[in-house]
Write a protein that binds this ligand. Structure first.
Ligand SMILES: [Zn+2]
Ligand SMILES: [Zn+2]
Length: 123
C-alpha cells in the first residue's frame, strides 16, 4: 500500500481519523494516533478532547467515592469491640462472641475497602 497523496511512497501508517494510508512525510503523530495531514491531526486532537470531556461528565476515569459499606462495617466492628471490652470488664470471662462478631465486621470492612481500591487501579 502506498501513500494516498504520494503514490510512489510506501505508506507507513493508516490515518486514525480518515483511514487513509500515509507515508513518513505525511504522518503526523497526534499523541492519540497517526494522522495523514494537519487537518486530520487537529480533528483527532479535538475528538480526543471531546471524548475526555464526555468521560469527565460521565464520571469515567475519576475515582469513585468510597462505598458506604466500608465505613458502615468498620463502625459496627468498632461498636462491637467496645461492647466486647465493656462486657469483658463487667462480667467474668471474655465475651468471645462479641469479639468474633467485631472481627467479622472488620474483615468485611477490609474486604469492601480492598475491592474499592482494586477497582481503582483500572481507572
Ligand atoms: Zn486523515
Ligand atoms: Zn505522503
Amino acid at each position: 500500500m502506498n501513500c494516498f497523496r504520494h503514490r510512489d511512497e510506501p505508506a507507513i501508517a493508516i490515518c486514525k481519523h480518515c483511514g487513509k494510508a500515509a507515508c513518513e512525510t505525511c504522518c503526523e503523530d497526534s499523541g492519540q494516533g497517526i494522522a495523514c495531514s494537519l487537518d486530520c491531526l487537529l480533528e483527532l486532537q479535538e475528538e480526543h478532547l471531546l471524548q475526555n470531556r464526555i468521560k469527565q461528565s460521565l464520571g469515567v476515569g475519576t475515582r469513585p467515592p468510597m462505598p458506604a459499606s466500608v465505613s458502615t462495617y468498620f463502625f459496627f466492628g468498632l461498636i462491637l469491640s467496645v461492647t466486647g471490652v465493656y462486657l469483658t470488664m463487667t462480667r467474668p470471662g471474655i465475651d468471645f462472641l462479641t469479639f468474633a462478631m467485631a472481627a467479622v465486621f472488620f474483615v468485611m470492612s477490609l474486604a469492601a475497602f480492598k475491592r474499592y481500591r482494586d477497582d481503582c487501579t483500572t481507572c
